[in-house]
Design a protein around this ligand. Structure first.
Ligand code: FAD
Length: 445
């Protein structure tokens, strides 16, 4: 059991301006914003240090940090700057890859980076502390305090000195937030809106990574993969760190249960795939981790404010898992920052009721956080649909194989004939293909 940090000095009147629960990216961004506004803020984390318990695939898109920490790239604990992004569609014996690389992402202001959560979360929380927030670790928030009218007035913790009173509580306690549930903001868990992400971190010498993935210096590669989950709705990923790679899959919880497959088996399949295995030859397993992801998107977001409380990040289902995107940390930072900003403004006006905190929703509406979620709200339906998951990977790979197979002395067939024949072989009607194409345009267009 790690040693507990001594209880922090309580403000003179015994009430903190704000208590933020969870020192993940959402919580630290909220605490940073409040501290900078001159508010007393307590940031409570159950792990022994921020990031200790946090699991993700590996890429942070840092643009939102521009608003919080100017020139953050000079100091962020980066592994590699993503300069190469690939999307791979596979069947057990084939792989078709669209590969993009640009030198632009390898220099300021950068685009995405691989980074370890233990480093990144601790770094962001460090900024909140530097700005004046008080961080308490190894402390679990066990419930909400409320007054006789039901207004949230603080939190209960598992510490001896127990209850902590605050004018506003910001729940940033991650997916399946039990604080949001206790407040009546989140309905009981619906497994249909959750995916399970599992990943292995594998060690390889730095120069081997650079040679195999055709990257140099601190350049990095991010591969997103479709068709690697035995038809269970989901996908896979492979990211490069300095001297490790992260390989994993994200699959629908209900689909996994129905298929009676263990997630480790899916990762084993992926690692053994002929397109992936050569990258990983000789790699040594360093870590295995699993975590839930809120994948329901915009339509499953809870109410965001009640009297005395706001909810941000994964706790508010603000994670975008829509095929070619797997982004949660940037949405967590954005929503946490806006929650902190709205709370600071409500405190300034001495009104932390639900209507006093309504500025939070307005800030989110005006930003990428809700705009992206609204625009892409139907993406999970399309990306996780039966045809995209089970029929299209095989169809695409076979089509490409046909195109590149030289059939002399038989003359080449035209593309539309090839498409028709391949679609028919895979049980795909051209009508459905056209419909999905249009749906794709509507969802992503
Ligand atoms: C396998 C996987 C791959 C992913 N890949 C990516 C990726 O590559 N890029 C990306 O941007 N996103 C990715 N995500 C999503 C991303 O991890 C989340 O969206 C992001 O971490 C959400 O941040 P958060 O601060 O809201 O919650 P979290 O990061 O979950 O932080 C919540 C914090 O609250 C603490 N906490 C919880 N309950 C309590 C309590 N009762 N008391 C005190 N503390 C508490 C936790 O210990 C934790 O520190 C991935 C997720 C998974 C599972």
């Amino acid at each position: 059991m790690p040693e507990r940090v001594p209880a922090p000095a309580v403000p003179a009147d015994g009430v903190w301006d704000a208590v933020v629960v969870g020192a993940g990216p959402a919580g630290s961004a909220a605490a940073l914003e409040l501290a900078r506004a001159g508010r007393s803020v307590l940031l409570i984390e159950r792990g022994p240090f921020p990031g200790a318990k946090n699991v993700y695939g590996g890429v942070v898109y840092g643009r939102i940090l521009d608003e919080l920490i100017p020139r953050w790239w000079d100091e962020v604990p980066v592994q590699r700057w993503v300069t190469r992004r690939s999307t791979m569609v596979m069947t057990p014996t084939q792989a078709f890859t669209v590969d993009f690389r640009t030198q632009a992402w390898g220099q300021p202001p950068y685009n995405g980076m691989t980074t370890y959560r233990a480093d990144f979360d601790a770094w962001l929380a460090g900024h909140a502390v530097e700005a004046g927030a008080v961080l308490v670790t190894s402390t679990v928030v066990t419930g909400l305090l409320r007054d006789e009218r039901g207004r949230v007035t603080g939190v209960r913790t598992d510490r001896d000195d127990g209850d902590i009173r605050a004018r506003v509580v910001i729940a940033c306690d991650g997916v399946n937030s039990f604080l949001a549930k206790e407040a009546g903001l989140l309905p009981q868990t619906d497994a249909h809106h959750l995916t399970l992400g599992v990943k292995e971190t594998l060690a390889l010498p730095r120069e081997v990574i650079e040679e195999r993935f055709a990257i140099t210096g601190t350049e990095g590669l991010d591969i997103e993969i479709l068709g690697c989950t035995r038809g269970i709705p989901g996908g896979g990923f492979l990211y490069t760190n300095l001297d490790t790679v992260s390989v994993g899959v994200v699959v629908a919880l209900t689909g996994l249960a129905k298929a009676k497959v263990r997630p480790e088996e899916l990762i084993a399949d992926l690692k053994a795939h002929p397109a992936i295995a050569p990258y990983l030859r000789g790699a040594e397993l360093k870590e295995y981790a699993a975590h839930l992801i809120p994948e329901g998107g915009y339509r499953t977001m809870p109410r965001l404010a009640i009297d005395g409380m706001l909810v941000a990040g994964d706790a508010a289902a603000m994670c975008l898992a829509a095929g070619i995107w797997l982004e949660g940390v940037n949405f967590a930072i954005g929503s946490g920052m806006y929650a902190g900003r709205a709370a600071a403004e409500a405190l300034r006006r001495r009104d932390t009721s639900a209507s006093g905190l309504a500025g939070y929703r307005r800030l989110l509406e005006d930003s990428f956080v809700l705009a992206d979620h609204k625009r892409l709200q139907r993406a999970p339906d399309l990306v996780l649909s039966e045809r995209v998951q089970k029929q299209y990977p095989g169809m695409v790979c076979d089509l490409v194989q046909e195109v590149f197979t030289v059939t002399n002395p038989v003359p080449k067939r035209g593309m539309s004939r090839l498409l028709r024949d391949t679609a028919r072989r895979h049980g795909v009607r051209l009508r459905d293909l056209a419909r999905d194409g249009l749906a794709g345009l509507r969802v992503f267009g």
